[in-house]
Design a protein around this ligand. Structure first.
Ligand SMILES: [Zn+2]
Length: 365
């Protein structure tokens, strides 16, 4: 029974991956290949060995999400943080950063979930830049990264579900215009709005993850793990009951980020005093291995992390080497052994829905 479920899930994921018509990794356009793919020859394994596969091994679905931030005034007239995508230099630099990392992931057989918002989308539309359409045609998922204050203003939590829905729809329409993709299902953001799931459902969205408290930059450990569920409601960041409670009829599938053991895992990337990029990716490795240990055969298990454009660039002589090294030394062997499979966020959610339909009444986690 369990085996047939895994097979079914695998088949669905494979058929989804195939239907995307993405080029094989070796056929990825040369311009998108990483500039430098040198990797360290001494594979140090401070976190211990990866759990090995056994006869009835669980599969862990994996991807990397990309958050594109609202740099500059948004379509709704708010925002204006550090930088502005209307500055061609910054826009072009981030385009190159996104192309380098997506090309790197493609070369390892993966696809990402690219989460965009204005003004990146509107600048792309106005300048005729086709990056989002290009990435979509290569199999990457297009999605929404929604910074509520940049699209709804400082008083966003007091606004109605309809106001949120309208602006989320507006942001989705720019993503569709820039990418040609009309079926946008995933979003990140709006985390402290209690009615976020009603608003998202109204806007046609049904997959969510990356919950962190934007004020504390922390994720409650109640939200981590490898198994998805359908939250029965949103959270204000203090009352977590509705969010952690599974509602079989919930409209949205939440994908936890994996088996992390620190509530500040999302923010620790930025901390040079905790060791910078190397230490962060070492922690990602430990968390990926812990996620494999926590994975169960016959369930849909997920792990993912986030990269922002230009993040983890490191040494200019070896840009993004820390990412390349992680993919080569940590991810590739697990993909080869069948323990890890690449899947975009919507593919993860689809696999969960298949599992759910085959296991009515079973607690998802
Ligand atoms: Zn963000």
């Amino acid at each position: 029974m369990k085996r047939s479920l895994i097979t079914l899930t695998t088949l669905i994921i494979l058929s989804l991956a195939c239907s995307l018509g993405a080029p094989a990794a070796e056929n990825a356009p040369a311009a998108n290949q990483p500039v430098e793919t040198a990797t360290s020859t001494n594979i140090q394994n401070d976190a211990g060995s990866a759990p090995s596969a056994n006869s009835e091994s669980a599969v862990l679905l994996f991807t990397i999400g990309m958050h594109i931030e609202p740099l500059g005034e948004t379509a709704q007239g708010y925002g204006g943080g550090n930088g502005d995508y209307r500055q061609t230099q910054l826009f072009d630099r981030h385009i190159q950063a996104i192309l380098t990392v997506t090309g790197m992931v493609e070369a390892h057989g993966g696809r990402m979930t690219i989460q965009a918002q204005s003004p990146f989308t509107t600048v792309a539309i106005e300048s005729g830049n086709t990056i989002l359409a290009d990435l979509a045609s290569r199999g990457h998922e297009m999605a929404l990264h929604f910074h509520e204050d940049a699209h709804l203003g400082k008083n966003d939590e007091a606004l109605s579900v309809q106001q949120w829905c309208d602006v989320m729809k507006e942001e989705i329409s720019y993503i569709s215009q820039a990418s040609g993709v009309t079926d946008i299902r995933y979003w990140s953001g709006g985390n402290l709005y209690v009615d976020i799931y009603e608003a998202a459902q109204c806007a046609g969205l049904d997959v969510n993850s990356d919950w962190k408290n934007p004020q504390l930059q922390e994720t409650p450990l109640e939200f981590v793990g490898v198994n998805s569920w359908r939250p029965s409601g949103g959270t204000d960041g203090i009352n977590l009951v509705d969010f952690t409670q599974h509602d079989p009829n919930g409209a949205v599938i939440f994908l936890p980020e994996g088996q992390y053991d620190k509530s500040n895992f999302a923010a620790s990337r930025r901390s040079e005093d905790t060791g910078g990029d190397e230490a962060y990716f070492e922690y990602l490795k430990e968390s990926l291995y812990a996620s494999l240990e926590a994975s169960q055969a016959g369930k849909v298990n997920v792990f993912h992390f986030t990269i922002h454009p230009g993040e983890f660039r490191g040494n200019p002589q070896h840009p993004y080497d820390v990412i390349e090294k992680f993919l080569t030394e940590v991810v590739d062997p697990l993909v080869a052994s069948g323990q890890v499979q690449w899947a975009t966020f919507s593919e993860m959610a689809d696999a969960y829905a298949v599992w759910e339909a085959a296991n009515p009444g079973v607690a998802p986690r």
